[in-house]
Ligand binder design. Structure first.
Ligand code: HEM
Length: 641
C-alpha cells in the first residue's frame, strides 16, 4: 500500500513538472508560427507592392509568381535553375532584369541579365562599401564568402598574399606533380577504352591541388580507393564532398521537409565537426609553437596559403577559428568549380572530332590552333612534355603559362563564359525594417537603375528608369549575362575563343583585363555599335563590350580570391588533354552515338525530357555550384600524331 501511494505521489510530481513544460513548448510553437505568419505577411505585402515597376510575369494577388514560375524551379526537374531563369527571361522579351516573386514561400529574387545592372550590385557604393552583401550559403559562419565589413577586409587581406600570381607560380611544380597522377589515370582509361565519369578524376585532382596549396597536406585523393584513409566514412575528403551536397541551395525556395525533418541539418552538423576537427589538427600541428618550426610540410615547401596567412600573426583561438573557416571555404570553393571547368574543356574539345553530333570545321580549327600553340611553345615531340618543362624550371612559369599561351588562355576563358560554374547571389535588407535582419540600421530604400531596353518579341521600347528594390535577393545570373545576344552578338551561343584575343591574336590575361578596363572607360557603359571594319579577331570582341559583360569570377571587391589558381590549373590540364587525348562524349550507357545523333547524358527520365527539349548532350544541375548532370561521362583515346 505504502509503495503504491509513493508511486502515485511520484507520478503527480512528474505531472507537475511535465505539464508546465509541455504548455511552455506549445506556447513557444504557437508564438513561432505567429511570428512566421507575421514575417511572411510583411514580405508578401511589400514585394507585391514594391517591385511592380520591374519586368515580370503576371502576378497572382497572393501566390505571386509561384503558379507560373514555381513549377519551372521545381527541384525534381534535374536541371540547374539558371535554365528556368533563362526561359523566363526569353518569355519576357530579354529585359535587363526581372523579378521572380516567390512570396509567400520565399523572398523575391531579382534576376539580372545585363552587365551594367550586375556591376551596380557588385561595385562599392556609399551604403555598401564592399558591394551588396553576399548571400551564398557556405561552410562556417566566419567564411570569407559570408562575413561583411571590416572583418571581411581584414580576412581578405590576410589571405590575398597566398593567392597572388607570383606566389602561385612558385607552386607550379607541385601542381604539375598532381597533374601527372591525373594523366596516369586518364591513360589507364584510354588504354581500357572504357566510358568513365571524368568528374571523378578532375575532382580528385583539384582536391589534391587545393589541399596541398592551402595547408600543405597531401591527402592522396587521386590514389586512395573509396573507403580508405581520408576517403573513409568519416574521413576529411568524404566530409568535404558530403558537405557540398548538404548546403542549402539558393533558388530552390522554401524546403518544408528540411524544416520538419532536420536529419539533413544533423548530418551537416556531424560532418562539419569532422571537417573542423581534421583541419584543426592539420593547422595547429603546423604552427611554429607546436613543432618548433614553421616549415613542416609534406612537400617541404612551407609556403602554404595558411602558413602565409599566419606568419607574423598572433595565433589566438579566434584567429585559428577564423583560419579554419577560411580553409574550409577554400577546400569547398576550390575543388568543384575548377573540376567543372576542366570537364567542360574536355567536352568542348570533343566537338572537334567527327564522332560528335556537333562536329564542324569550326571546332576542328579551334583544336588545331590550340595544339599548334602548344607545339610552338613546348615542342611537338611529346604531347606531355610541358609537364617536364614546367617541373624542371618554374622561374619563367609566369611567361610560359601567361603571355606565351594566349590561345590557351582564351580557350579557358571561353569555356568559363559558356559554362560558368557559379553566379552571384546578394541581398539587401528591407527598409525601414527587416524582420529577418533586425540589425540593419539603414532606413533608406534601395534602388536599382534599369537601362533602356527593347522587348525582343513585341519591339516595345522601355526608357531607362530607377526602380525600388530593397528587401530583394539579387541574382547576377552569369549563365544569362554570358549568353546575352544583346551583349555578345548573334553567335553568343557558339564556342569561339577568338573573342578574347587581342588584335594580333597574341594577348595575355593581364593585357586583356587592361583592355576591358580601358574599353569601359572609353565607352560610357552603353552597348557598343560593332564595327566589322575594325581589325579585331571577333566582331563582338571582349574589348568592345560593356564593362562587366564577362564575370565568371564575379567582379568588384568581392571577386573570387582563387581565380589565378583556377586559371593556372586549367591551363596546365588543358596542355595535357588537348594534345594528348581524343575525346568523345557518351550517354549514360556509354554507347557511341550514330553520326548526327544527339545523345543525352542524364540520370533519369526527367533528364532525358529536359535534354530533348533543348537538343543538349549534357547540361548542369545545382550542387551549390553548377555541375554537369552525368559527371561528364566520356571516352578518351591516346592521340596519335
Ligand atoms: C573556375 C573556378 C572558380 C569559379 C568559377 C569561381 C567563382 C566564384 C564566384 C562567382 C564568386 C563570387 C560569389 C558571390 O559573389 O556570391 C567567388 C567567390 C569566392 N571564391 Fe571562387 N571560383 C572559382 C575557384 C575558386 C578557388 C580555386 C578558390 C579558393 C581556393 C575560390 C575561393 C573563393 C572565395 C573565398 C570567394 C569569396 C571571396 C570574398 O567574398 O572575398 N574560388 N568565386
Amino acid at each position: 500500500m505504502k509503495g503504491a501511494s509513493l508511486s502515485v505521489s511520484r507520478g503527480m510530481e512528474l505531472t507537475n513538472v511535465i505539464l508546465p513544460l509541455a504548455r511552455l513548448a506549445l506556447l513557444s510553437c504557437v508564438l513561432f508560427v505567429l511570428y512566421k505568419i507575421f514575417e511572411t505577411s510583411v514580405f508578401t505585402y511589400r514585394t507585391h507592392t514594391g517591385y511592380k515597376d520591374l519586368p515580370q510575369h503576371p502576378r497572382h494577388w497572393f501566390w505571386g509568381h509561384l503558379a507560373t514560375i514555381g513549377p519551372k524551379l521545381n527541384p525534381s526537374i534535374n536541371a540547374h535553375p539558371d535554365y528556368a531563369f533563362e526561359d523566363v527571361w526569353h518569355e519576357l522579351g530579354n529585359p535587363p532584369a526581372y523579378v521572380v516573386d516567390l512570396a509567400p514561400i520565399d523572398r523575391a529574387m531579382i534576376i539580372i541579365a545585363d552587365p551594367t545592372v550586375a556591376e551596380s550590385i557588385t561595385q562599392p557604393t556609399e551604403r555598401f562599401r564592399h558591394s551588396t552583401p553576399a548571400l551564398t550559403k557556405l561552410v562556417g559562419k566566419q567564411s570569407l564568402v559570408l562575413i561583411e565589413g571590416d572583418n571581411w577586409r581584414t580576412q581578405r587581406r590576410r589571405f590575398n598574399r597566398g593567392f597572388a600570381p607570383a606566389h602561385l607560380h612558385s607552386l607550379v611544380p607541385l601542381i604539375v606533380s598532381k597533374t601527372r597522377i591525373f594523366l596516369d589515370r586518364l591513360r589507364k582509361h584510354a588504354e581500357k577504352g572504357d566510358a568513365f565519369p571524368l568528374k571523378e578524376l578532375t575532382t580528385d585532382l583539384t582536391i589534391d591541388v587545393i589541399t596541398q596549396v592551402a595547408i600543405d597536406k597531401d591527402f592522396h585523393a587521386q590514389t586512395l580507393g573509396d573507403g580508405e584513409g581520408a576517403k573513409s566514412r568519416f574521413g576529411l575528403l568524404t566530409a568535404i564532398v558530403t558537405m557540398s551536397t548538404l548546403i542549402e541551395k539558393v533558388g530552390q525556395g522554401f524546403d518544408l521537409g528540411a524544416y520538419l525533418f532536420p536529419q539533413r541539418r544533423i548530418k551537416e552538423w556531424i560532418y562539419d565537426r569532422i571537417y573542423s576537427r581534421a583541419l584543426h589538427t592539420e593547422i595547429i600541428d603546423k604552427l611554429p609553437s607546436s613543432k618548433g618550426t614553421s616549415e613542416t610540410s609534406d612537400t617541404g615547401s612551407g609556403k602554404s596559403i595558411v602558413n602565409l596567412a599566419l606568419s607574423g600573426v598572433n595565433p589566438t583561438p579566434a584567429v585559428l577559428d577564423s583560419t579554419i573557416s577560411q580553409v574550409k571555404t577554400f577546400l569547398f570553393a576550390g575543388q568543384d568549380t575548377t573540376s567543372t571547368v576542366i570537364q567542360w574543356m574536355a567536352y568542348e574539345l570533343s566537338k572537334s572530332y567527327p564522332s560528335s553530333p556537333f562536329y564542324s570545321d569550326h571546332y576542328r580549327q579551334i583544336r588545331e590552333r590550340l595544339c599548334a600553340e602548344h607545339d610552338e611553345v613546348f615542342g611537338s615531340s611529346d604531347p606531355f612534355v610541358l609537364l617536364d618543362i614546367l617541373e624542371r624550371d618554374n622561374t619563367n612559369a609566369d611567361e610560359l603559362l601567361g603571355s606565351k599561351l594566349p590561345y590557351t588562355t582564351a580557350f579557358v576563358k571561353e569555356t568559363l563564359r559558356l559554362h560558368p560554374p557559379a553566379g552571384s547571389a546578394r541581398l539587401v535588407p528591407m527598409a525601414p525594417y527587416d524582420p529577418t535582419y533586425p540589425e540593419n540600421k539603414s532606413k533608406e530604400p534601395y534602388y536599382i537603375d534599369l537601362p533602356a531596353w527593347t522587348h525582343s518579341k513585341t519591339g516595345e521600347h522601355f526608357e531607362s528608369r530607377r526602380v525600388r528594390a530593397d528587401g530583394a535577393r539579387f541574382y547576377n545570373c552569369h549563365h544569362i549575362i554570358h549568353r546575352n545576344l544583346n551583349t555578345w552578338g548573334p553567335d553568343a551561343l557558339t564556342f569561339d575563343p577568338s573573342r578574347f584575343l587581342d588584335r594580333s591574336g597574341k594577348g595575355t590575361v593581364d593585357e586583356l583585363e587592361e583592355a576591358l578596363d580601358t574599353s569601359s572607360k572609353a565607352m560610357d557603359g552603353a552597348a557598343m555599335k560593332h564595327n566589322s571594319k575594325t581589325n579585331l579577331p571577333h566582331p563582338y570582341h571582349i574589348s568592345t563590350l560593356p564593362t562587366g559583360s564577362y564575370r565568371p569570377f564575379e567582379r568588384g571587391p568581392r571577386t573570387c580570391i582563387g581565380s589565378n589558381l583556377a586559371y593556372l590549373e586549367a591551363k596546365i590540364v588543358l596542355g595535357v588533354i588537348a594534345r594528348g587525348f581524343e575525346w568523345q562524349k557518351v550517354g549514360l550507357d556509354g554507347t557511341r552515338p550514330k553520326p548526327g545523333e544527339v545523345r543525352y547524358g542524364g540520370t533519369g527520365k526527367e533528364d532525358i525530357k529536359v535534354g530533348e527539349a533543348h537538343g543538349w548532350e549534357v547540361w548542369s544541375i545545382n550542387n551549390v555550384t553548377a555541375v554537369p548532370v552525368d559527371a561528364m561521362k566520356m571516352r578518351a583515346k591516346l592521340r596519335t600524331r
